[in-house]
Design a protein around this ligand. Structure first.
Ligand SMILES: Nc1nc2c(ncn2[C@@H]2O[C@H](COP(=O)(O)OP(=O)(O)OP(=O)(O)O)[C@@H](O)[C@H]2O)c(=O)[nH]1
Length: 201
C-alpha cells in the first residue's frame, strides 16, 4: 500500500482559461475562496507535499502551496506538459494529479487512487462514461519517458497513458464530483448546486 510520504500532490493550474475570459482559473473565487484551495483540501494531510503547477501569477500561488512550479517548457503546451513538470519536480515515487477547476472532488480521492492502482504504474479516474485524464496517480519514474514523448510531439494525455501499465479508478458512484468549471456560467451553477446541498442552520 502506498503511504503518505511516498506521494506528492500536483494541482494543474497552468492553463489559459480562455473560456473564463482569459482569467487565471485557479485564483478565481469560488464559494468564498480561490478555486485552487478547494482542490488543495483534498490533498492536504494525505500527501507529503502539495505542488501547484502554474504559468502566471506565480507569486499569488506561492501563498497557496508548498511549492509552485512553472511548465518545463513555455508556451501553454497543454496539461501533459504540466504533468511532466510535476513528475520532474516530485521527490517521491508517486504523483497525484488533480485539476484546479474541479472544486467538488471526493474527499477520499487519494485513498481511492491508492486503492485502485494494483500493479499498474498509472491509475486514472473513470466515471463509467468518461475518462478524466487530469485526475490520476502516476509513478514518477515515468518522467523521462514522458519527456521523450513530449519531445516527439505527444500532447494527448490518454495516448501517453495507453503506452504504459495503466488502470481505471472507478468513480461511477459520484460522477458529479468530477465536474469542472470552464465558463463563468458553469461556475455560478455549481456554486448554487453546492449551496443547496449544504443544510442551512
Ligand atoms: N501546465 C499546463 N496546464 C494546462 C495547460 N492547459 C491547460 N492546463 C490545465 O489542464 C486542466 C484542464 O484545462 P482546460 O480547462 O482544458 O484548459 P484551460 O486552459 O484551463 O481553459 P481553456 O483555455 O478555457 O481551455 C486545468 O487544470 C488547466 O490548468 C497548459 O498549457 N499547461
Amino acid at each position: 500500500m502506498i503511504k503518505q510520504d511516498e506521494l506528492t500532490g500536483l494541482i494543474l493550474a497552468g492553463g489559459r482559461g480562455r473560456r473564463m475570459g482569459g482569467r487565471d482559473k485557479g485564483l478565481e473565487t469560488f464559494a468564498g475562496q480561490p478555486l485552487v484551495l478547494h482542490v488543495r483540501e483534498r490533498l492536504e494531510g494525505r500527501v507529503a507535499e502539495v505542488l501547484i503547477n502554474a504559468n502566471r501569477h506565480l507569486e499569488a500561488y506561492r501563498a497557496l502551496a508548498d511549492r509552485v512550479i512553472a511548465d518545463a517548457e513555455e508556451g501553454f503546451q497543454g496539461p501533459l506538459m504540466g504533468i511532466y513538470s510535476g513528475l520532474r519536480a516530485a521527490t517521491t515515487p508517486w504523483l497525484v494529479v488533480v485539476p484546479c477547476d474541479s472544486p467538488a472532488l471526493p474527499h477520499d480521492l487519494v485513498a481511492r487512487l491508492i486503492g485502485s492502482i494494483g500493479r499498474s504504474d498509472i491509475a486514472v479516474a473513470f466515471d463509467g462514461e468518461r475518462l478524466h485524464p487530469v485526475v490520476a496517480l502516476i509513478r514518477t519514474a515515468l518522467a523521462d519517458d514522458l519527456g521523450e514523448a513530449l519531445s516527439a510531439g505527444e500532447r494527448k494525455i490518454d495516448r501517453w497513458y495507453a503506452r504504459h501499465a495503466w488502470c481505471r479508478m472507478d468513480v461511477s458512484d459520484c460522477p458529479e464530483a468530477f465536474a469542472n468549471l470552464n465558463t463563468e456560467d458553469e461556475k455560478r451553477r455549481l456554486e448554487l448546486a453546492l449551496q443547496e446541498e449544504v443544510p442551512r442552520p
